[in-house]
Design a protein around this ligand. Structure first.
Ligand SMILES: Nc1ncnc2c1ncn2[C@@H]1O[C@H](COP(=O)(O)OP(=O)(O)OP(=O)(O)O)[C@@H](O)[C@H]1O
Ligand SMILES: O=P(O)(O)OC[C@H]1O[C@H](OP(=O)(O)OP(=O)(O)O)[C@H](O)[C@@H]1O
Length: 302
């Protein structure tokens, strides 16, 4: 592939590895963005749209998008703040995966009970900008200045080992299940922020002619996200009990109600959140509904 073949194409940055990579590939497949990637190449042309995918470290994506080198990207909300790019990128969509919390952690047996207890101590992290700002405010509140301020030290990985190695009194790191934290004998004493994966675009786009394609790709991805979040719930109900049931399944706009051949019965069809589907079915049974079906959505635009 020569670089001229990128001319006029929308450049879309995808994390090349790590926690977000596989989910991003699922999103691209759901949005029918087709490509064939060569193992050794981090740029590839999309076969069915004027788009090129650029596979980059998640941590580099905010600045590439913010500076307008690429037009669209997927990364973590935390990564945007760490790159100090929040003014330069617009979060077009929250993607509902890569959800975790950036937390202040200390050894389980430590005397530090809250973040303020670590003020003036040694904190190791891969998020030196966010942690620096967080402890900077605490230091300021406590009037700590000069070499009395909290020492934030950067490490590129294995942050959870820092306390056991004697490098730190506490750490700031991501927690999802908490398995890594517990395995390292640590517990959380404060949450700095909650994060999830986001679709971002430049706040000052360089290529105005790409706006319609950015909008179309954003809508497609929003559809894939919604189809993962919602299911379609269908059931039959005597007309007399309809109001009770539609209170349980109000739908996004309104439920669809169709007559049945049996005159005092109707069929209802409504989108419900997947995570609530079992509770909704219990409540519908209680309200007199029959023949309740939950149907998976392959894709949608809502
Ligand atoms: N355990 C997790 N659960 C959910 N999301 C996570 C988790 N760990 C990281 N993330 C999200 O994925 C982003 C990238 O983290 P990841 O650990 O995959 O980094 P990476 O790009 O592989 O870099 P490296 O492997 O060099 O640390 C994080 O900034 C965060 O938004
Ligand atoms: O709470 P948990 O479910 O255990 O997840 C938290 C861990 O996940 C991330 O690391 P990852 O496993 O992606 O590897 P990394 O250290 O190479 O970034 C993060 O840095 C934590 O170490």
């Amino acid at each position: 592939m020569n670089l001229e073949s990128l001319d006029g194409r929308l450049l879309f940055a995808i994390p090349k590895k790590g926690r977000l990579h596989d989910k991003c590939l699922e999103l691209l497949a759901g949005a029918n963005i087709q490509f064939r990637k060569h193992d050794r190449l981090d740029v590839c042309l999309v076969l069915n749209h004027p788009i090129a995918l650029v596979f980059l470290p998640a941590s580099d994506i905010p600045s590439f998008v913010g500076k307008g080198n690429v037009d669209l990207g997927i990364t973590g909300h935390d990564v945007i703040l760490e790159a100090n790019m929040q003014e330069h990128v617009t979060e077009a969509l929250r993607l509902g995966f890569g959800k975790c919390a950036l937390q202040v952690q200390v050894p389980e047996n430590s005397a530090f009970k809250k973040a303020e207890d670590l003020a003036g101590k040694r904190v190791v992290t891969s998020f030196e900008v966010i942690a620096g700002e967080y402890f900077g405010k605490i230091d300021q509140g406590l009037g700590l200045e000069g070499d009395k301020r909290t020492q934030i030290e950067y490490v590129g990985g294995s942050v959870e080992a820092a306390c056991a190695l004697g490098l730190a009194d506490g750490i700031v790191d991501l927690v999802e299940s908490g398995d890594t934290m517990r395995a390292a004998g640590l517990h959380a004493i404060a949450t700095v922020l909650q994060t999830e994966a986001v679709l971002i675009k430049s706040s000052t786009p360089k290529h105005a002619n790409l706006t319609p394609l950015i909008t179309r790709i954003t809508q497609r991805i929003a559809g894939v996200i919604a189809s993962n979040k919602f299911v379609l719930c269908q059931y039959n109900i005597p007309r007399a009990s309809l109001a009770k049931c539609t209170a349980v399944t109000p739908g996004r706009r309104a439920p669809t109600i169709s007559p049945l051949e049996e005159s005092d019965w109707v069929a209802v069809s409504s989108m419900v959140e997947k995570s609530r589907a079992a509770d909704v079915m219990d409540e519908l049974v209680q309200a007199g509904a029959e023949d309740i079906l939950i149907l998976k959505l392959d894709n949608c635009r809502v």
